[in-house]
Design a protein around this ligand. Structure first.
Ligand code: KG4
Ligand code: ZN
Length: 340
């Protein structure tokens, strides 16, 4: 079964063709990072306009690379949320229109579920339940995965998402957007214990996350307690490296510690890591040191950040399980209650 996947939840417009849920025939991503770099973050209105320009060419490229036409496709799947409403509408409505015109079933996919599925796509865990760890620009969550499509969210962020914290700290350090990879680079030569930064704990749920205090702490370290947060900083290169390394250590140890807490309470058969932040080699190293007995499923190269292969792959399972297509009235959902 061939599934065409379409993704446009944030600043990537992507299309992919996947066979039987796991064989990637094409995976085209048009990233707008350069466009938003000048604003140090995604400008929703610009993102939507750009998506409109590129979505059809991106779909055409995906079909061409997979050596097939729309007639050969069995199901059309698109991310229905969570994400930026205007951006979501473009991918979702493109999928609905193509499905209607070509008389193909249409399926709406939860983007976060897609991130988790993307990491299991090449090799499925032998046994469930597994623990999902979603680390992206918009979300941070620990998820009990009973089976594909059967989830329970154990903890989430009460303020900033982890990737968002990386992007804000990067901006304070004068680094480009998206800042995660630049922080990782800078941190390589820094002292991770130079500053005693710490992420927050949330009283009502020990598996929830809080990164806004950490981010503010880093801001005061950069700008000084009493300075205007927009004032330029005059840090030396080594100070910047130490701040990047100490911030990264604080953010990632928090993820590792809360994942350890979840695995202490439940005998999980695997850790499934998904989302753009999972392209960090520093994070992977910390997980490999902390979890030596649980199998870990990391996204393959190019599959951590937003892509449509994960949407098409999951679309296959969702269609098989549902046994029918979604309604054309399916709404784009900027926020999904309980995430899944
Ligand atoms: O999943 P994703 O592509 O988009 C969302 O759905 O949000 O994640 C993008 C996020 C950005 O915040 C980016 O800074 C972060 O992933 N990121 C990283 C690294 N590479 C990307 N964060 C930390 N270290 C990295 N190496
Ligand atoms: Zn994402």
């Amino acid at each position: 079964m061939l599934v065409l996947g379409i993704e446009s939840t944030c600043d990537e417009a992507a299309a992919a063709v996947v066979e039987d849920g796991s064989k990637i025939l094409s995976n085209i991503v048009y990233s707008q990072a350069q466009l938003h770099n000048q604003f140090k973050g995604v400008v929703p209105e610009l993102a939507c306009r750009k998506h409109l320009d590129v979505i059809i060419p991106v779909v055409e490229q995906a079909l061409k690379k997979a050596n097939c036409s729309l007639e050969d496709i069995d199901v059309i799947a698109a991310a229905r949320g969570p994400g930026l409403i205007g951006a979501l509408l473009i991918g979702l409505n493109t999928a609905k229109a193509l499905a209607y015109a070509a008389k193909k079933p249409f399926i709406g996919i939860n983007h976060l579920e897609g991130h988790l599925y993307g990491s299991m796509m090449p090799v499925m865990p032998k046994k469930f339940p597994c623990l999902g760890v979603i680390l992206s620009g918009g979300h941070t969550a620990l998820v009990h995965i009973e089976a594909i499509r059967k989830y329970r969210v154990l903890g989430t962020t009460v303020d900033d998402a982890i990737g968002e914290a990386f992007d804000k700290v990067a901006s304070l350090l004068g680094l480009p957007y998206p800042g995660g990879p630049f922080i990782e680079n800078l941190a390589r030569d820094g002292d991770p214990y130079k500053f005693s930064f710490k992420a927050g704990n949330v009283k009502k749920n020990p598996l929830d996350f809080s990164f806004s205090g950490l981010k503010t702490n880093v801001m005061y370290t950069i700008k000084g307690q009493n300075q205007d947060k927009n004032a330029p900083s005059n840090l030396s290169d080594i100070e910047k490296k130490d701040i990047a390394a100490s911030f990264q250590r604080a953010a990632f140890s928090d993820i590792v510690n809360k994942t350890l807490l979840a695995t202490d309470h439940y005998p999980y058969h695997g850790l499934i890591l998904g989302g753009g932040v999972c392209s960090s080699q520093a994070l992977k190293k910390m997980f490999e040191e902390a979890f030596t007995t649980i199998p870990q499923f990391w996204p393959a190269t190019g599959m951590a950040s937003d892509n449509a292969a994960m949407i098409a792959g999951l679309g296959y399972h969702q269609f098989m399980q549902q046994g029918q297509h979604d309604s054309y009235f399916l709404k784009a959902q900027p926020k999904i209650p309980n995430l899944m």
